[in-house]
Design a protein around this ligand. Structure first.
Ligand code: SF4
Length: 297
């Protein structure tokens, strides 16, 4: 994995500064009408873009009634635990790291949209469930991913914030893992997203979104983005090119337009039946699931 994924010894591509400048300028031009019509600044993350492209009605339902639960909180706990695993000098057990991460959130009222408040009041059953799931993630990572070396410059959950259109529109992301650093025009960053379960095509879109953010923030794209699948200890990766960044920028602009329209409650939200119907909170009242082919399993 060190040779094939991290590939530290391989030559890195170079990108002219004009690439990032051009992406930013064209995104701001395309988003100007949206930004002008906003009644408050719009903050958009990877999950928002992914949800709205998956199904507009799903996006609106999630926005309207988001609530922390074990299934959507264990990832944040696990990532904070992994962050601690990099920075602590001794070698705590995965569950100890998870408990330290939970304690850190409980002490932090402001972070992650009220996750600390949820953890303080979660039932023992919910708390046990999310501890178990977060422990699985941390254990599987430490079991199979190469031990992180200091000179790889590893970071976990590093926030990337990109402000567009005079801060009327902000894009934000927190890649699970990042390594390396650009040197001048030479790319030097690898971004890795940790995944549980199966591989899906939209995982490439998520990675490209991170590549776009890194490019707009630093002016130099990552050389590569990758998904690492904890259940199978496998990965897929993609080299970052100008073409990929163009696709990511177009998808982000398109998503932001949809999000702005939906948040302003303008018009109906389109439904797009797909795998998301299985866990969508609207599945009992929506026509979408009935339009799906029957599953063999
Ligand atoms: S059930 Fe499916 S089609 Fe209907 S809103 Fe949810 S994800 Fe969209």
């Amino acid at each position: 994995m060190v040779d094939e994924l991290l590939a530290f010894e391989q030559p890195r591509p170079r990108f002219p500064p004009a690439l990032a400048d051009s992406l930013r300028r064209r995104m701001e031009e395309a988003l100007a009408p949206v930004a002008d019509a906003l009644d408050r600044p719009l903050r958009v993350g990877k999950h928002d873009i992914s949800s709205v492209h998956t199904c507009e009605a799903y996006f609106r339902a999630e926005k309207d009634s988001f609530a922390w639960a074990p299934r959507n909180s264990y990832g944040a706990i696990a990532h904070r635990a992994l962050r601690l695993s990099i920075s602590m000098r001794d070698d705590p057990a995965p569950l100890d790291l998870v408990d330290m991460a939970i304690d850190a959130y409980v002490d932090d009222d402001q972070g992650d949209g009220g996750l600390g408040r949820y953890l303080r009041t979660a039932s023992p059953l919910d708390l046990g469930e999310l501890r178990a799931q977060a422990n699985d993630v941390v254990f599987q990572f430490l079991e199979c991913f190469p031990p992180l070396q200091r000179d790889w410059r590893p970071r976990t959950d590093t926030p990337i914030l990109v402000k567009l259109c005079g801060e009327r529109v902000s894009l934000r992301g927190r890649p699970d893992l990042a390594f390396g650093q650009a040197r001048g025009e030479e790319a030097g960053v690898l971004i890795v997203d940790l995944k549980t379960g199966w591989s899906y095509p939209h995982h490439f879109d998520d990675l490209r979104f991170y590549a776009l953010l890194q490019t707009l923030k630093t002016g130099v794209p990552p050389y590569r983005v990758a998904s690492y699948y904890l259940d199978s200890a496998t990965f897929h990766h993609e080299e970052v090119t100008a073409g990929i960044l163009e696709i990511a920028a177009g998808r982000a602009v398109d998503g932001i337009r949809k999000i702005a329209r939906l948040l302003q409650q303008e018009g109906p939200a389109a439904i797009t039946p797909g795998p998301t119907c299985r866990w969508c909170r609207l599945r009992d009242e929506c026509d979408g699931p009935g339009q799906l082919p029957e599953r063999d399993d």
